[in-house]
Design a protein around this ligand. Structure first.
Ligand SMILES: O=C(CO)[C@@H](O)[C@@H](O)COP(=O)(O)O
Length: 242
């Protein structure tokens, strides 16, 4: 099912390594068929050079897999939440692109400092709080989509005017009317994050590291997969070891 959408989302996923936005298996792109209420997403832990359109996993808006042999991306709960709360988006991208992740880890917005930024993001790109250890351990729907939507609501931001957010200590999520546009926005975000950093360096506006960064964080103690669950790459390794 959804063969044409799978091809479109496959091509969008393949742009991530081409644009230097991902390393190894990190990152994922999804795209939605709003009429059918189904989206397709990259399977978890799969190398981009091994990915095929037919590998993409079909998921409904409850986050349930309706077609696919492999586990969907570990970020599927976040994509699901965003599709349910941002009704006009057609594609979502998550990466670990280094400059945007640096701002996310520092819990700093990527501010609108130049026209490169303003041509795509009509305002600062917000840094949303990461889930707290209590929320993760309570398995509070295990996704960061809630923190992104909460940040946009609290700050009165328009998700179509600012099609991206940073999740503190994780990384950027970008979206758009199509998967290809979401990839474009994801790349612009990485470019402007680097430009912001250099601007702050040049004008000495960099701030002190916040105390919370110096405290032990949940991921440092338990590793992300303790939270995200087993992805396909680790499953394969696990099978080989057992
Ligand atoms: O950060 C993490 C996992 O720690 C994920 O966002 C990233 O590795 C992508 O995971 P998937 O391969 O899509 O499950």
């Amino acid at each position: 099912m959804l063969e044409a959408l799978k091809q479109e989302v496959y091509e969008a996923n393949m742009q991530l390594p081409e644009l230097g936005l991902v390393t190894f298996t990190w990152g994922n792109v999804s795209g939605i068929d709003r009429e059918k209420g189904l989206f397709v997403i990259k399977p978890s832990g799969v190398d981009y050079d091994a990915l095929k359109p037919e590998d993409l996993v079909v998921v409904n808006l409850k986050g349930e897999v309706v077609e696919g042999e492999m586990n969907p991306s570990s970020d599927t709960p976040t994509h699901t939440y965003l599709y349910n709360h941002f009704p006009n988006i057609g594609g979502i991208v998550h990466t670990h692109s280094p400059w945007a992740v640096s701002f996310a880890a520092a819990k700093m917005d990527i501010s609108a400092m130049n026209t490169t930024h303003a041509d795509t993001f009509f305002g600062d790109v917000p840094a949303a709080d990461a889930l707290t250890q209590e929320e993760i351990e309570a398995d509070y729907e295990g996704n960061t989509g809630k923190t992104i939507v909460k940040t946009f609501n609290e700050r009165g931001l328009d998700y179509e005017a600012v099609p991206a957010a940073l999740v503190s200590q994780h990384g950027p999520f970008a979206w758009g009317p199509t998967p290809a546009k979401a990839v474009y926005n994801s790349k612009v975000l990485e470019v402007v994050a680097e430009e912001d950093f250099h601007t702050m360096e040049l004008t000495h506006q960099s701030s002190e590291l916040p105390q919370y960064l110096l405290d032990k964080h949940y991921y440092r103690k338990h590793g992300a997969n303790a939270y995200y669950g087993q992805n396909n790459a680790h499953s394969k390794d696990h099978a080989a070891r057992s």
